[in-house]
Design a protein around this ligand. Structure first.
Ligand SMILES: [Zn+2]
Ligand SMILES: [Zn+2]
Ligand SMILES: [Zn+2]
Length: 324
């Protein structure tokens, strides 16, 4: 495995072959799971409810030197980083959407705990939490799980977001995400659901049908550091309702948590960011449903085409009963 940089788009691409494991047995059942290293287990004592283990066939490995080096005019580095699996429930047959609010809150807490912990590693510039749900999403195992990766580069989409947020802040001295929440709140057209200070909405320029963002009304650039008084049970309740709505017509989706990059290491490509980062970036969750039949959505590389207007998507999503 190695990581190469596209000199034009500046995206880092992981290249290499991944071993196809024998997928007959679920690696998260006893006794298999007990043979794996436990990174985090909740609760600490007794039978676990949420457990974090190293990815059995990781894209990135924590050992070794990044060794960023030139390859002629190009840049490449070794596959250094972290790749963990969050097993969201011991129950093989439950989806995240079927967990209780309390159980989802626990998973969200585990996500945050792992992000905070991995950010202590100065080599890691960015930590991402994501979840591929359903066969069409490319999920690796049917057992409910999410993944955490810590990378020695900032993924391109995040870089775009950081730049755009910084530009917006430079011009208006306001956070673009806070502005989005205020405007959407006022219009109400694209709001899907609200719980306390947490909002689920279809973004103005949704890339795929029924794309949903989950945002906190209160400004905070760090997902892993909830501000005093923020109630993550509300976030969990909202997330559960959103996912149960999707269950009814789009059981496959990608979910990704976007939080600010790691600024502990004040050298390198983030050097320009941290001065306003805490003011201009705002953590959020993006959910990209995979809907096959309802409408064709495709990316012709540079431009997304989405046949479902986000206003219609939000109206439809509001009408779907989130009760299990
Ligand atoms: Zn299982
Ligand atoms: Zn904000
Ligand atoms: Zn984002």
């Amino acid at each position: 495995m190695e990581i190469r940089r596209d000199p034009i788009t500046q995206s880092w691409v992981v290249l290499g072959h991944r071993e196809a494991g024998d997928e007959t047995d679920c690696p998260f059942e006893k006794p298999a799971i007990d043979k794996q290293q436990t990174i985090l287990s909740w609760p600490a004592e007794g039978p676990w409810q949420v457990r974090v283990v190293p990815h059995p066939d990781p894209l990135y490995r924590i050992e070794g030197e990044a060794g960023r080096r030139a390859d002629g005019i190009y840049d490449k580095m070794g596959p250094v980083g972290a790749h963990e699996v969050v097993v969201e429930t011991p129950d093989h047959n439950k989806r995240m959407s079927q967990l209780t609010d309390e159980e989802i809150e626990r998973v969200v807490w585990v996500w945050a705990t792992r992000v905070a912990d991995l950010k202590k590693d100065l080599r890691l510039k960015h930590v991402t939490v994501y979840k591929n749900q359903g066969v069409l999403s490319g999920e690796e195992w049917p057992h409910a799980h999410s993944e955490v990766t810590g990378t020695i580069f900032v993924p391109r989409r995040i870089k775009y977001e950081l730049r755009a947020s910084r530009e917006w802040f430079r011009e208006k001295e306001r956070c673009v995400f806070c502005d989005i929440v205020r405007q959407e709140e006022k219009l109400a057209k694209r709001i899907v659901d609200v719980q306390g200070d947490y909002y689920a909405l279809c973004p103005y320029a949704a890339r795929v049908p029924y794309e949903i963002w989950v945002l906190h009304r209160q400004h905070n650039h760090l997902f892993e550091q909830p501000r005093p008084g923020s109630n993550r049970r509300q976030l969990a309740a909202l997330l559960g309702r959103v996912l149960r709505r999707l269950d009814k017509f789009a059981p496959a989706y990608h979910l990704v948590v976007h939080t600010a990059p790691n600024t502990r290491n004040k050298k390198g490509e983030l050097a320009g960011y941290w001065k306003t980062l805490a003011d201009d970036f705002h953590w959020h969750i993006e959910i990209l449903p995979i809907v096959e039949s309802r409408s064709k959505s495709y990316s012709i590389k540079e431009t997304y085409f989405n046949a479902v207007l986000p206003e219609q998507a939000a109206e439809y999503l509001r009408s779907v009963d989130p009760g299990s």
